[in-house]
Design a protein around this ligand. Sequence first.
Ligand code: ZN
Length: 138
Amino acid sequence: MARTDSGNKASASGASRKLVRDVFLGFIRVHILHHAAKEPIFGLEMIEELRRHGYSIGPGTLYPILYGLEAAGALCSRLTLVEGKNRRYYRTTRAGDALLAELRLKVREFVDEVLEPAPRSKVGASRRRRGESATASD
Ligand SMILES: [Zn+2]
């Protein structure tokens, strides 16, 4: 974490905005995989879907994410002619489906910890406290 000399809490500094953006970009990737696992999706549709959820991102952000997920083998794409124009549809690959399943577990665990009221989490938390790093244990 970068240290700042203003100790004030509510300042939406550039650094904190970037942090929020980085977190959102992770959410957006999970969101894309979630939809692409259900049906073929295309860029503009996904931009509108994300907007519906309160994420305003443009093509300049979304398309590199789609390309990145495809390059990583999580998505595959196909050009389809729609009303005289080529549209690129994306679906998850088998690897993408497996990744999504893994991410869903992580999201559930994360939500349980971050959103649940504290008292109940004691048993699970003490068992898992040491193992929460990003590396899988097996
Ligand atoms: Zn959605």
